[in-house]
Design a protein around this ligand. Structure first.
Ligand code: APR
Length: 169
C-alpha cells in the first residue's frame, strides 16, 4: 500500500529516492520546477538529458511519458522527468496528466525507488487548474499498482497544499 504524504516547500530540497521533474519535451530545461531542479541539481542532469536526446529520445520526450536521469547534486538518486499536458491544448482531458503520474511510478518501480517526490505537474506554466490537477494526481496514485512505499506531493504554496489536502481523507 503506497502512503501519500503532503509537504509545502521546494521540491529541490527534498530527500527521496526519486524526485519528479515537471519537464518539457525538449528535456533541456526551463523555468519553474524544471529550472530549479537543473539549477540545484547541477550540469550532470542536463548532460544526461542531452545524451537521451541524442539517442532514444531524438524527437524529445512525448507528453505523458517519463524518463529517469541522475539526480546530480540533489539529495536523491534519480530525477524522473515527465512532460505534463498544457491545459489549453488538452481541453481538460485528464488522460495525459494521469499518465505522467502512472508512468513516473512505472519508471520508479523499474529503478527500485521506494520514495518518490512529485510536484503538482502542469499547474504552473501549463496552467492546469489546481483543484482538478490535484484530483487527477491523487486518484491516479491511489489506483496505481506500484512498489513505491511513499509518494510525497511537494507543493510550492498554500493554495496548492490546500487543494491536495482536500483530496485526502
Ligand atoms: N518546488 C515545488 N514546486 C514548485 C517549484 C519548486 N521549486 N517551483 C514551482 N513549483 C510549482 C508551481 O508553483 C506549480 O504549482 O510546481 C507546479 C508546476 O509548475 P511548473 O514548474 O511551471 O510546471 P508545469 O506547469 O508542468 O509547466 C512545465 O514549465 O518550467 C517549464 O520547462 C518547463 O516547459 C515546462 C513547463
Amino acid at each position: 500500500m503506497t502512503a501519500i504524504t503532503l509537504v509545502q516547500g521546494d521540491i529541490t530540497l527534498q530527500t527521496a529516492d526519486a524526485i519528479v521533474n515537471a519537464a518539457n519535451s525538449s528535456l533541456l530545461g526551463g523555468s519553474g520546477v524544471d529550472g530549479a531542479i537543473h539549477r540545484r541539481g547541477g550540469p550532470a542532469i542536463l548532460e544526461e538529458c542531452r545524451r537521451l536526446r541524442a539517442s532514444q529520445y531524438g524527437k524529445g520526450l512525448p507528453t505523458g511519458q517519463a524518463v529517469a536521469t541522475t539526480a546530480g547534486d540533489l539529495d536523491a538518486r534519480w530525477v524522473i522527468h515527465t512532460v505534463g499536458p498544457v491545459y489549453q491544448v488538452s481541453g481538460g482531458d485528464p488522460t495525459l496528466l494521469a499518465s505522467c503520474y502512472r508512468e513516473s511510478l512505472r519508471v520508479a518501480d523499474a529503478l527500485g525507488a521506494r520514495t518518490v517526490a512529485f510536484p503538482a505537474i502542469s499547474t504552473g506554466v501549463y496552467r492546469w487548474p489546481m483543484e482538478d490537477a490535484a484530483r487527477i494526481a491523487v486518484q491516479t496514485v491511489r489506483a496505481a499498482e506500484t512498489e513505491v512505499e511513499e509518494v510525497r506531493f511537494v507543493l510550492f504554496d498554500e493554495r496548492a497544499y490546500t487543494a491536495f489536502a482536500a483530496q485526502l481523507p
